[in-house]
Design a protein around this ligand. Structure first.
Ligand SMILES: [Zn+2]
Length: 624
């Protein structure tokens, strides 16, 4: 039997931003508590913690709710009198402990965190069952009507748990450090199929009942469900794709290199630990590019470009099978450990599969994103530290380019300092040592010191990178010769030495085209864009990434040719990916077209996920 309270070495130091490596004491303060403090959860895992979930739910498309029960196997400290769960926008109907009805208290919390479901525990408590129902305020669930899907025939449901939304569809101890295994029994209409972040069916069941098992312990934000009329296509022995019928062929073609990516990833940082790797292509209103739900990546259909040019996103979600899902940030203040490592890993996979020049282009685009991110945060320097302090704020505030791209740049600079060979040995051992566990920034720093820096006598300004705002001076310079070619073309075009039609004839990779469009000089006019568009046909591209960057430029340059305004409206109404739509709305707002933005947004808003709605409402100052 495992003891609940173990003596572990964790750090609970609060760092001060003005310190640097030499002034900061070593991070080896001992604490008798197993779990770190998570300001985003009401759970008190050092007293009582859930280790396994049995979910038994029914999906009701008519009323757009989920109802059923969540049964937990728990472990408790001998003195613990209560167990606390996070619950938000849920109706709690009943609670039993060891199958006996018991009293509970739903202590009202705030807008960000939701409520604290407190359940009294008798001495021998082992099992807690919560009977509940979701409401229309449940942010994790998105019920789509047939019109919002690709096939336009059947309804669709998808969930999005990250960061703290799982508590809006399951009452749960919703902290990333609280890993648990789960089984689920899910009942759906017989014409639909259900899949989860678990072992999945390949075909529809006759009675609409589906049973799932996730035997590896995962963080609550990784519990995911999708229900719809889709089918499965095998890509290799352990990879495959789910998509609606009209998208299955295209999707299978787009993702045919996935096995190559898995092999490249394994070669870099050790075996893939989740047996199966599948992707589900969701309807266009999915708010993210992808979500790394274990065994089953959720992906936006906007990456299906017909030429595999946007599959970097799959490398990213796949990399999360190591950084994020296997070794997980303990709290949302440590989010950079999930995303910075994943961006580094993603680019190493792309380099291994498509060559170094490809990886370099991705890194340069990332560096530009980082500059934009830093500019956007110039009034909030504390948010440009890798280790965040999100107390009293939503974890979504930490999901900026800092975690992703400053995190990447830190690792890339470290790689330049120690050499790739040592870096890879270190990362491989880091994933192996911490597999199926969670990690704080302080634990990571201690591990880095002990296993890479001290043995190799390397002096590195880790603390400056992690605890200070902005980018340290020793940052590695990132260049791409393929992009230098693009910049030369822009220079010639600007000076009238190159015609638009010759630009369109360049044999460029998609990243080069994107780099070109993003760098169209402000001095060029709507007329210049018109001649470019006449030849390159950017307004009518089927590549969604190009659409986004081109529409942004069209708006900035007051270009209205080729029906571009109509295309912008169509794009904003059909696509719900937050990054894409906020980029275009921001361009409208910043170029004196707020009225246009609001007019389109009113039409588009019902199609968006709450995550996207939250961001755009705020940006446009929209009130219902
Ligand atoms: Zn990610």
């Amino acid at each position: 039997m495992k003891k609940i309270i173990q003596i572990l070495t964790i750090s609970f130091l609060i760092w001060n931003c003005t310190t640097d490596k030499k002034e900061i004491p070593k991070t080896t303060t001992k604490s008798s508590l197993k779990y770190a403090t998570d300001v985003h959860s009401y759970a008190k895992p050092n007293e009582a913690v859930a280790k396994h979930l049995d979910l038994d739910i029914k999906v009701d498309f008519k009323n757009k709710i989920i109802s059923g029960s969540a049964t937990y196997k728990i472990e408790k400290n001998v003195n613990a009198k209560y167990i606390h769960f996070d619950a938000k926008a849920l109706v709690i109907k009943n609670v039993t402990v060891n199958d006996k009805k018991t009293s509970f208290n739903l202590v009202k919390g705030d807008e960000i965190h939701g409520d604290n479901l407190t359940i009294a525990l008798p001495k021998d408590s082992k099992k807690v069952t919560i009977f509940y129902e979701t409401t229309h305020k449940t942010e994790a669930l998105q019920f789509l009507n047939p019109q919002q899907t690709a096939d336009k025939k059947q309804a669709f449901l998808l969930t999005q748990g990250q960061a703290i939304l799982t508590r809006t569809w399951i009452p749960i101890q919703d902290s990333p450090q609280l890993r648990l295994t789960y089984n689920a029994k899910v009942s759906v209409p017989t014409n639909l199929m259900a899949v989860m972040s678990a072992e999945n069916p390949k075909e529809k069941s006759e009675n609409g009942m589906y049973n799932f098992t996730m035997k590896q312990a995962i963080s609550p934000y990784l519990i995911a469900l999708a229900v719809g009329d889709f089918e499965y296509r095998k890509l290799s022995e352990r990879t495959g794709v789910y998509a609606e019928h009209s998208l299955i062929d295209k999707s299978a073609k787009e993702f045919e290199d996935v096995e190559k990516m898995v092999l490249a990833a394994e070669k870099l940082y050790g075996a893939y630990n989740w047996e199966q790797y599948d992707i589900i292509v969701l309807p266009p209103s999915f708010p993210f590019g992808g979500m790394e739900n274990p065994r089953l990546t959720f992906a936006t259909p906007t990456i299906i470009a017909g030429d595999k040019s946007l599959t970097t996103l799959i490398a990213h979600e796949l990399a999360h099978s190591w950084s994020g899902n296997l070794v997980t940030n303990a709290t949302w203040d440590d989010f950079w450990l999930n995303e910075g490592f994943t961006v580094y890993f993603e680019r190493r996979i792309m380099e291994a599969v498509y060559g170094k020049k490809y990886g370099d282009m991705l890194a340069v685009i990332g560096r530009q994103d980082l500059d934009e991110g830093l500019e956007g945060l110039k009034d909030n320097p504390n948010d440009t530290k890798l280790k965040l302090d999100l107390n009293g704020r939503t974890p979504d505030d930490g999901m900026t380019d800092i975690a992703y791209e400053k995190g990447f740049l830190f690792l890339k600079t470290l790689e330049a300092k120690v050499g790739r060979e040592k870096m890879d040995v270190f990362l491989k051992s880091y994933f192996k040592k911490h597999a199926f566990s969670t990690i704080t920034t302080e634990k990571f720093i201690a591990y880095l010191d002990e296993n890479l820096l001290i043995p190799n006598k390397i002096d590195f300004n880790t603390n400056e990178w992690i605890y200070k705002p902005g980018i340290p001076k020793n940052q590695v310079k990132i260049t791409s010769d393929k992009f230098e070619i693009v910049m030369q073309v822009i220079e010639k075009w600007k000076n009238g030495k190159m015609m638009a039609k010759d630009i369109c004839n360049q044999d460029w990779a998609i990243q080069q085209k994107i780099h070109f469009i993003r760098n169209i000089p402000a001095s060029l006019t709507a007329k210049d864009l018109e001649s470019l568009d006449a030849h390159c046909k950017y307004t009518h591209t089927t590549n969604s990434y190009i659409s986004m960057v081109w529409f942004e430029q069209a708006i900035k340059h007051s270009y209205h040719g080729q029906n571009v305004d109509k295309k912008i409206e169509e794009f904003l109404i059909t696509v719900g990916r937050r990054w894409y739509v906020t980029t275009v709305y921001r361009a409208l707002k910043n170029n004196n077209r707020l009225e246009d933005a609001l007019r389109i947004y009113k039409k588009a808003r019902p199609n968006y996920h709450s995550v996207t709605v939250g961001s755009v409402d705020e940006m446009l100052g929209f009130e219902e």
